[in-house]
Write a protein that binds this ligand. Structure first.
Ligand code: ASP
Ligand code: MG
Length: 424
């Protein structure tokens, strides 16, 4: 059995859905679990619905209507028969969203998951129906019947034991009638039957969870890039494709923010030596990149990860005493409580510095909390470069004439925090 994952861009309109169908046809007869994300930018749209609903701005239904027409247009282009049952099914899903909007308000994260999860339910309903209509027989699985999580809404943790039992019960039964199972990425369910999500861009992770549990032969993520590149072509002119990558390099690159693979994806695969292929849905016969056991990264060139909108916070004791274990423990407690991920940290005798994403809610909250006990200085509008497999010359080239605020090097990875370049 293989696991495929199609992200939002690969099902963003009717022709993209048809293209995904063509790809599946290349694998006719093989057992496939196909994990699909919400169509195009639907998740962002649903986030707006959540905000409107939570802030009671009265336009939640209006925004929802736009998302509905977007899907109706796609269905209109996919299904000739305008009485096709898919319309009713999708309509019912939208009605369910309206119920959530009209429900008694609960916590933000809870409402978020109850609403945003519909993006995947809708996309898979449409894709599954279209494939069945076009000779690609498949079963639709509501992944919430199998993927159990805790109730940490928006960042739910998988209950591996229960999920394993449920997947092993459901998937083979579905394969008995069709070789393809279509299911949702990104979402799960609590034991109390509330929907959860695994964190933005979590569909890759879903694919890895299923592959791990079902001992899949491989996972393939179909993307709009030819594979894993050594840099984001948006920022670097001569990005090149990596043919293969070690699990370790893949984890490190994803961890430092290479957006091509969700960081949680690699571990479950590595633990069972399941290879991960990253391939282009635009050139479905091209080889892409393979990440797997005993593979050395090839070509071994420096890989660049570039993050903008960074803030560097330096924390020192008010009385200039040392920043030692007790303070660090308290600082980390605060960071964890606010849910902040560190992109870089550095400690000296009297100060502790962290570089983090400049989140408009979390950062002011952090600074306010830290100021109760520490002296806090910060610098915003910064850029963070992480370079894996760097050469000294790579760093020189990057930083010539720039203001470096912090630099850190280990044997394989270098990180530089710099002021954003002046706009010319
Ligand atoms: N639809 C979700 C998101 O955009 C999950 C995913 O695409 O992986 O974050
Ligand atoms: Mg997406």
């Amino acid at each position: 059995m293989k696991v495929f994952k199609f992200g939002g861009a690969s099902v963003k309109d009717a022709s993209a859905v048809k293209n995904a169908g063509e790809i599946l046809k290349q694998f006719e007869g093989e057992k496939l679990v196909v994990v699909i994300s919400a169509m195009g930018k639907t998740t962002n749209g649903l986030e707006k619905v959540v905000n409107a609903c939570y802030n009671k701005t009265n336009d939640a239904l209006l925004i929802l209507e736009e998302i509905k027409s977007f899907h109706e247009k796609i269905m209109g282009e996919l299904f000739e028969n305008d009485k096709h049952e898919v319309y009713q099914k999708v309509n019912n899903l939208f009605v369910e969203i309206e119920w959530v909007i009209e429900d008694e308000p609960r916590g933000y994260d809870f409402i978020y998951d109850q609403i945003v999860s519909f993006g995947e339910l809708i996309s898979t309903t449409i894709v599954s129906a279209w494939l069945n209509e076009n000779g690609i027989g498949n079963n639709w699985l509501d992944i919430r019947d199998c993927l159990l999580t805790d109730n940490n809404y928006r960042e739910a943790k998988v209950d591996w034991k229960q999920s394993e039992l449920l997947f092993n019960e459901k998937i083979p039964a579905l394969f008995a009638s069709h070789p393809i199972v279509i299911t949702q990425g990104f979402i799960g369910n609590t034991s109390e039957n509330f929907t959860t999500t695994l964190g933005r861009e979590g569909s890759d992770y879903t694919a890895a969870i299923i592959a791990h549990i079902m001992n899949a032969e491989s996972v393939t993520i179909w993307k709009d890039v030819p594979g894993v590149l050594n840099a984001d072509p948006k920022f670097f002119n001569d990005a090149q494709k990596l043919e293969q990558l070690s699990y370790l390099d893949a984890i490190e690159l994803a961890y430092y923010g290479a957006s091509v693979i969700h960081p949680k994806t690699i571990k479950p695969l590595e633990n069972k030596n399941i290879p991960l292929h990253v391939r282009s849905f635009l050139q479905p016969t091209a080889k892409g990149t393979t990440i797997g056991k005993d593979l050395q990264t090839k070509p071994l060139v420096p890989s660049f990860i570039f993050k903008t909108n960074q803030v560097l916070i330096s924390i020192s004791a008010k009385d200039f005493s040392f920043i030692a274990e007790e303070n660090l423990s308290a600082i980390f407690g605060t960071l964890a409580e606010i849910g902040i991920k560190l992109n870089l940290m550095q400690n000296s005798a009297i100060s502790f510095s962290v570089c983090i994403d400049d989140d408009q809610f979390k950062v002011p909250k952090l600074i306010e909390r830290l100021k109760e006990d520490y002296r806090v200085r910060y610098n915003s509008d910064l850029q963070l470069y992480t370079i894996r497999h760097y050469y000294p010359s790579t760093i020189e080239t990057l930083s010539t004439g720039r203001d470096i605020l912090l630099e850190q090097r280990s044997r394989n990875t270098a990180q530089l925090v710099m002021k954003a370049e002046e706009k010319k």
